[in-house]
Design a protein around this ligand. Structure first.
Ligand SMILES: NC(=O)c1ccc[n+]([C@@H]2O[C@H](COP(=O)([O-])OP(=O)(O)OC[C@H]3O[C@@H](n4cnc5c(N)ncnc54)[C@H](OP(=O)(O)O)[C@@H]3O)[C@@H](O)[C@H]2O)c1
Length: 294
């Protein structure tokens, strides 16, 4: 069972196809919407390329559907109607938010269906090839699909773990907060440094050692023990100075700072570095304007 087809040859699909080929799998064909990315990848892999999903799955046992999430359901229906799906096939998508059941039309044709979501952020194909090995993969689906994917994930250098269908939205929410909102928070910090005359490049360069140091602390200590700074110390005066300084910025940014401040205060309570009185003082500073004291 080493014959693989890939439908959706963007960042993730291309990286999966190239890595599996390196591991000895035969990529029988690749497909994309416009055909451009699939043709480029097919030339590298020496396989067939198409814009018609049903054209490349006859010789494959394993089919990865790595289109954008919004396309998965219609691509699955199109494949199911193509007359090429049978019970030798196992189809996987790699979406974090959607359950395997989005591929149900394929199951009705006798195929097995599963989801294998790499818990990683892939900005380019090269980065994906570098970062897929070592990533955790959330696995969900029917028994045949789950059994087979453990070996595939191991061959990709990944670490599989099982996920319930009903937990996928919350799981993906956590992943987006850790990755996408981290990017947004760093963008927020960079934009504040730009107010003191630093270019975005200088700001990112200056902040990166701090960010990497914080991540290294989290790796060893976990997030709670890694909290430092004015909230962890209950230093209300410093936070008031921050809010005073923020008056030159868009008021919506002060709201974001306060919302993050309230969450950070909860982390400081969990760390035990501030007492109830210190926490109440911080909560009152971080409360939105117009919100009554409680
Ligand atoms: N990027 C990440 O960091 C990441 C991380 C984990 C999981 N994922 C998941 O991986 C999957 C793919 O994401 P991606 O970032 O690789 O997407 P992407 O780079 O946008 O690539 C999507 C690919 O799907 C093709 N496509 C779109 N509609 C199609 C259709 N109807 N039929 C056939 N092919 C179609 C596109 O064709 P064209 O090339 O012609 O446009 C493109 O090759 C998604 O489920 C996503 O949630 C992504």
């Amino acid at each position: 069972m080493c014959h693989v087809a890939v439908i959706g040859t963007g960042v993730v699909g291309s990286a999966v196809a190239l890595l599996l080929r390196q591991k000895g799998y035969t990529v029988t064909g690749v497909c994309s919407k416009t055909g451009v990315s699939a043709a480029g990848l097919a030339a590298e892999l020496g396989c067939k390329s198409t814009t018609v999903p049903g054209d490349i799955i006859t010789e494959a046992d394993i089919v990865f559907l790595t289109t954008p999430d919004r396309e998965l359901s219609s691509v699955a229906s199109r494949l199911a109607d193509s007359g090429t799906v049978n019970n030798k096939h196992i189809f996987y998508h790699m979406s974090g938010a959607l359950p395997a059941e989005v591929l149900s039309p394929l199951k009705e044709k006798g195929a097995a269906i599963g989801a294998a979501h790499p818990l990683q952020s892939f900005a380019t194909i090269e980065k994906a090839i570098a970062n897929l090995p070592g990533s955790f993969f959330a696995i969900q689906g029917d028994n045949r699909a789950v059994d087979a994917v453990f070996k595939i994930v191991a061959d990709l250098g990944g670490k599989p773990f099982l996920m319930k269908s009903e937990d996928k939205a919350l799981y993906h929410l956590g992943a987006c907060i850790a990755s996408n909102y981290l990017v947004a928070v760093i963008h927020f910090a960079v934009s504040i440094f730009s107010c003191i005359g630093m270019s975005p490049e200088q700001a990112a360069e200056a902040l990166l050692p701090l960010i990497k140091g914080t991540l290294a602390n989290i790796e060893v200590l976990g997030p709670v023990k890694s909290l430092t700074g004015p909230v962890a110390r209950g230093d209300a005066g410093t936070i008031e100075r921050h809010l005073e300084a923020m008056k030159v910025l868009d008021p919506s940014l002060a709201e974001l700072y306060k919302t993050l401040g309230r969450y950070t205060t909860q982390v400081a309570i969990e760390k035990g570095s501030i007492d109830k009185v210190g926490a109440e003082k911080l909560f009152s500073i971080f409360r939105e304007e117009g919100e009554a004291d409680v």
